[in-house]
Design a protein around this ligand. Structure first.
Ligand SMILES: [Zn+2]
Length: 432
């Protein structure tokens, strides 16, 4: 019986290899009812809408991509081998000025497809035209935190106009089933301190999250300090920006004291190793962040600086980068896996990230008969270091969005999404 296209209330997966909360693998059953895990282990249940034989499958919590710009899939491979500021100013921003709603929709849909096919169930986006992002997310069935992005470029009028727009956009996102609204001031070098203070106040007023680029490059941190006479983290603390609503992408150039302050304020950090390496931004201090008690998540950043949206790849790069840079052979796969799953859900204040009763049923089933999982001495090590594209099913909120390896079980639907995105990219990048 196909899982997609019909209303399914319960799914029972029999005898599947389950990755536990302590990262051991055990065989058991999984019962999903009304969007949550209703039973894990031995499940006594005769009737279920759908029963899946899990003999050759591994059940793994869904990944959270905690920092991306989904529609930037359209710019994949468009501008290579440039430093961040030059890349933004000469290539990315001029193209973004030409973005139309249809481009954002097509690019976001392609991003959803790519993420779902690599076992990612939830993402935190920051981009323009949130209505189009929300429409694409809802059409694909994913869970997403959508941040309404803005820059004020230190201009009072532009700030006022932007805050008005962001307020309206957040109100329009509120109450939509799998969407979490966020305020998205871009970065300290594009948004004034007034703009950041107003963002924090708006997030509080609207009970939304905050999404922001923090300390991505050494140059940006030094320039901020020169201009303001204090570090960016100190300035953010003074305006009440640091709190548990905030997900701060990158956060590379921070002192020990600043990390401890982020931890005390409950800030989550989205580490994006591939983008940081590709743009030569620096090396994130993962172990020190954990020691300070910061909730570290993983993100891909946009496809323009990655160029993939696979959290599987991100876990591998994150672990390898820490090992080689700090000569830390004991840096464990658990650290990156936890960052990619439960820490991501924690940042978004969603009870998820583990295959346990009561958690949201966001998970993927991987093919144990694929090369990546043969042999399977350690399910965790295979996921972090070996898995490529072995996803058979991806479930979000108890619904199968990938079935038999394809979006809604239908390869034709995927081709259509890719064709539409290619057309949008051509329209955007090739027309002058
Ligand atoms: Zn970013």
């Amino acid at each position: 019986m196909p899982l997609t296209g019909v209303v399914i209330v319960s799914v029972l997966i029999r005898n599947v290899l389950i990755l536990s909360g302590s990262y051991n693998a055990f065989r058991g059953d999984i019962l999903v009812e009304e969007g949550v895990f209703a039973g894990v282990g031995e499940v006594e249940r005769d009737k279920s809408d759908v029963v899946i034989d899990g003999k050759n499958l591994a059940a793994v919590p869904g990944f959270v991509n905690a920092h991306t710009h989904a529609a930037m899939t359209l710019f994949r491979g468009y501008a290579e081998d440039m430093p961040l500021m030059e890349w933004l100013e000469k290539k990315i921003w001029p193209l973004e000025k030409k973005l139309k709603p249809g481009h954002v929709y097509a690019g976001t849909k392609l991003a959803c497809l790519e993420m779902l096919k690599s076992g990612c169930t939830t993402f935190m986006d920051m981009y323009f035209n949130v209505e189009q992002i929300a429409r694409a997310v809802e059409d694909c069935g994913m869970r997403a935190c959508i941040s309404s992005a803005f820059f004020d470029f230190f201009d009072k009028d532009l700030l006022e106009e932007s805050i008005k727009r962001v307020k309206k956009e957040i109100e329009a996102l509120r109450g939509r089933e799998l969407i979490i609204p966020a305020v998205g001031p871009h970065a300290p070098y594009t948004v004034s301190l007034d703009g950041l203070r107003m963002s924090a106040e708006l997030a509080e007023e609207k009970d939304a999250l905050l999404h922001f680029h923090l300390a991505e490059t050494e140059q940006e941190v030094k320039e901020f300090e020169k201009k303001n006479g204090k570090s960016v983290v100190r300035a953010l603390e003074e305006i009440g920006f640091l709190n548990d609503r905030l997900v701060a992408a990158h956060s590379i150039w921070l002192s020990d004291e600043e990390m401890e302050l982020l931890a005390r304020r409950g800030v989550s950090v989205a580490h994006c190793p591939v983008s940081n390496m590709k743009l030569c931004s620096g090396v994130f201090r993962f172990r020190d962040m954990l020691k300070a008690g910061v909730n570290v998540c993983l993100g891909t950043d946009g496809a323009a600086s990655n160029n993939s949206l696979s959290i599987l790849e991100e876990m591998k790069f994150a672990a390898l980068l820490q090992k080689i840079y700090w000569k830390d052979i004991e840096f464990k796969s658990e650290f990156v896996f936890k960052a990619a799953t439960e820490n991501g859900y924690r940042a978004l204040k969603v009870k998820g990230g583990r295959i346990e009763e009561g958690h949201v049923a966001d998970f993927a089933l991987y093919d144990l008969n694929s090369v990546s999982f043969s042999p399977n001495h350690s399910l965790l090590a295979n996921l972090v270091y070996s898995a490529t594209n072995s996803v058979v099913y991806t479930f979000v909120n108890g619904k199968a969005l990938i079935e038999n390896g394809h979006f809604m079980g239908d390869a034709e639907k995927e081709i259509k999404i890719m064709e539409e995105a290619k057309k949008a990219a051509e329209d955007l990048c090739c027309k002058t």
